[in-house]
Design a protein around this ligand. Sequence first.
Ligand SMILES: [Zn+2]
Length: 157
Amino acid sequence: MKNQTSPILDYQKQDLFINFPNLYSSSPNIDCGVGLFDLIDIFSTLLEVRSKEARINEIKVESGMLLITVEGFKQKDNDYIFGLTNLAATLSQLICESCGNKGLILNCPGTLNPRCDLHGGFPFDNSRREIAPNLPFSLDHIGRKRLIVSVIHRSSH
Ligand SMILES: [Zn+2]
């Protein structure tokens, strides 16, 4: 099994397809760990509010980052959606793909993945315990929905 990460669960995919029927109208491939579900859920909520035309084309993890491909949106929404996908990619580097707790990019067999202490591989060169000493929010349980919303709220003011 790839990196021994539990893949996102079928019922979670169905939740996304049901809750955001327009965004997921093409039943896109979603290839990531269960720990990133809340992040994808919030991403979808924000994207749907912004654009009625946007469609999610693919969701995958590459080199420890969540990459969400979006298409069909209007040009005026380009900057917002670019920022939103970048924010999701950045946050995903701090979230354990296996469980949603605070993680760091670690060397896992064959690739790099964000992992918590429990699910970790070998520390990558520049991995540190804390990203910065004075963050205005806690990174513990960063993958949980309430905290992601809090981070996005703070970064938009
Ligand atoms: Zn974990």
